[in-house]
Each structure stands twice: as structure tokens, then as C-alpha cells.
Ligand binder design. Structure first.
Ligand code: BMA
Length: 344
């Protein structure tokens, strides 16, 4: 692995990854950051023309290619999903089409926005868990794709106001499991948010039952409000999970990323939780934008797994995040470094 003593650009001769290594950093930002901006979004007239922003992507490594499912916002402040594809995980090209989720038109709720997709490959499909704003609050929908061309709806949440849903990559005790974040905290702005991540289980991805609380926000510190980032990754030491935390005690909320390790058999048990954030707004594109001071981790790609399906300690981790609700950033680390960060 590369080690640099001072902040500079390093090129890994094997993968050609370009990253900016900063001493003591757990995550190193790509020197190509922001890797996607509104200028990379092709027009798809009449709806998609000269868009305002692109952020909070879901990510998957699928059949040898890197995919991002982007949250693209128009100047009408409408949100659509678009697919970006890459051979190296860093240089993406965005397909000139809007993702249509077949079946979403018949859920019986008025949907204003579909956003913040999280991607999990299970068996031979990639599942997308997305948030949908409706008259009754935010709902979680699940769609699936095999080719990133067509997407079909699997289920749509009934009543609960909930966001930041992420599916585990395998069933536990024969059931699908996901983390989700109920919206139980009302902000002065009228927006509802939350400070607890819970585990839910399902036999069919349609009906979900609560299993228990996983973790809550830590008031006065970096992660007062919390929500899942990308789906958890199975490691020998537990489920490695990146989440976002919001410090609300400063003038405006600051969105950061942190790590937690959950028990492999019972993910409601926290084995270790990092004390500090591992990524916070520091670059101009993270400080300035539609919503200032936001890093919002939403996609993570790990390719190095052993024969039993555990992520290898030395595997590179690519973390994709929304910056200031305006652009997409990439930062890299390794499984071992992220696990160490949980124990700090
Ligand atoms: C959260 C979500 C995210 C957004 C973040 C910062 O509550 O709405 O989609 O990136 O706020 O605005």
C-alpha cells in the first residue's frame, strides 16, 4: 500500500488510482475530485437541461464495471436518478437517460422526489433502496436491476416516515435485513430527521419488521443526528458500516462520515464505534454549494474478498459521497484502516 509522508499526489502503479495522501488521514480524496459535477450530466431534453447539481450516489461493482446511480437535480429542483459507468472507479461517463423504475407509477402515493439510492448486490441482482418524498413523509422503496438499463420496483413502504435504508449483502438467519433511520426529530424548518439507526428484517423485501435499535446519535459531538451511509461490508471482525453524522450544535448542521463495526450474527450489537469522524468538509467543494458543509457518504466499493466472502483487510475501499449537495467526491482507504478507525 502507498504511504506518503506529506500531502501530495500518489499514483498507484497497479491500479493507476490517483489520490491525495494526507498524513494521518483515514480517507484520501481523489486528486480528480470532484469526480462528477453538473457539467458531466448530459442533457436529456426536455426534462434534463443544464442541471443544477449531482450528488449522493449509490455505487456498485457489477460484472467488472463500476456503476454509480446519481441523484441529479434540475433547475426546477426536481430530482431524478441517472446511471454513470466507469472502468476504473474514478472516471465516469453518465448515460444520457433518466432512470425509470417500472411499477413506481402505481404505488398509490404522490411522489415528489426519488433520491439517495443505496446499492447492494445480492445473488444475481443489484437492489436499490431509495428514499421517496410523498405527501405523508419519506418512504423507502426497493427496486432491482440486472443490467443498469431497466429497473423494476420490488416494494414501497407503507406508512413509516423513514430514510437512509441500506440492505445487507446477504441474508441473516434466512431473512433479508436492512438498516434504516426513522425520521422522529422535527427541525424548525419543518423537515423531519433522526438520531437512531434501527435494524429491520423481511422474508420477501416487501414486509419489514423492526428487530431492534443499533445506535443513536451522540449529543454535543460530531454525530448528533445519524443515518446509514453505504451498505455494510462483511469483514472477519464484523460488519463494517460507514454512516453520516450531523453536528447540529454549531450554527448550521455539518455533515460528516464515521465508522462503526457491528456483530456479524446480531448487527444490533455494536462492537466498536469510532470516536472521531473519518471525513469532514475541508475542501472548497465540500464547504460551498447548495447546502454548505456537507459530506454525505452514500456508495462504497470493495473488490477484495476472500474465498469465504469476507472483505480482505488490505482491500482498497472506494467511498463515493455527495459534497455540499452539489457534486460527487471520491475518497479511498483500506478495510484495515477503517476497522482501526472504529476502534480509536
Ligand atoms: C439529508 C438528506 C440528504 C442531504 C443532506 C444534506 O437530510 O436530505 O439527501 O444530502 O440532508 O442536505
Amino acid at each position: 500500500m502507498l504511504r506518503c509522508e506529506s500531502a501530495r499526489v500518489c499514483v498507484d502503479s497497479v491500479s493507476r488510482r490517483r489520490e491525495v495522501r494526507v498524513p494521518f488521514a483515514i480517507l484520501n480524496r481523489s486528486s480528480a475530485n470532484p469526480i462528477l459535477t453538473r457539467r458531466d450530466i448530459p442533457d436529456v431534453p426536455p426534462r434534463i437541461v443544464d442541471v443544477s447539481s449531482v450528488f449522493n450516489p449509490g455505487a456498485a461493482f457489477w460484472r467488472g464495471r463500476y456503476f454509480l446511480l446519481l441523484r441529479v437535480q434540475t433547475r426546477g429542483r426536481e430530482t431524478v436518478l441517472m446511471v454513470a459507468e466507469s472502468g476504473d472507479g474514478e472516471r465516469f461517463s453518465v448515460r444520457p437517460s433518466i432512470v425509470n423504475i417500472d411499477g413506481l407509477e402505481s404505488v398509490g402515493a404522490r411522489i415528489f422526489h426519488v433520491y439517495d439510492p443505496r446499492l447492494t448486490a445480492i445473488d444475481d441482482c443489484v437492489y436499490v433502496v431509495f428514499a421517496a418524498d410523498t405527501d405523508g413523509g419519506c418512504r423507502l422503496g426497493i427496486a432491482r436491476t440486472v443490467d443498469f438499463e431497466s429497473f423494476e420496483l420490488v416494494s414501497f413502504g407503507a406508512n413509516d416516515d423513514v430514510r437512509n435504508g441500506v440492505l445487507f449483502p446477504e441474508r441473516l438467519n434466512g431473512r433479508f435485513v436492512r438498516l434504516e433511520r426513522p425520521n422522529r426529530v422535527a427541525l424548525d424548518s419543518g423537515v423531519t430527521t433522526g438520531s437512531e439507526i434501527v435494524l429491520a428484517a423481511s422474508d420477501d423485501l416487501v414486509d419489514w419488521e423492526p428487530v431492534g435499535s443499533v445506535m443513536t446519535g451522540r449529543w454535543h459531538y460530531w454525530d448528533e443526528l445519524i443515518g446509514s451511509g453505504p451498505p455494510p461490508v462483511k469483514t472477519r471482525e464484523g460488519w463494517l458500516h460507514v454512516y453520516h453524522g450531523v453536528a447540529t450544535h454549531l450554527n448550521a448542521g455539518i455533515y460528516q462520515a464515521g465508522v462503526v463495526l457491528l456483530d456479524l450474527h446480531d448487527p444490533t450489537k455494536v462492537i466498536a464505534r469510532g470516536r472521531n469522524n473519518i471525513l469532514e468538509p475541508r475542501e472548497l467543494y465540500e464547504h460551498v454549494g447548495q447546502v454548505p458543509n456537507v459530506v454525505f457518504p452514500s456508495g462504497m466499493i470493495v473488490e477484495g474478498f476472500d474465498a469465504e466472502g469476507f472483505a480482505r483487510a488490505d482491500s482498497v475501499v472506494r467511498l463515493y459521497y455527495g459534497a455540499a449537495d452539489t457534486v460527487v467526491g471520491l475518497a479511498t482507504s483500506t478495510i484495515a484502516e477503517l476497522i482501526d478507525a472504529c476502534r480509536e
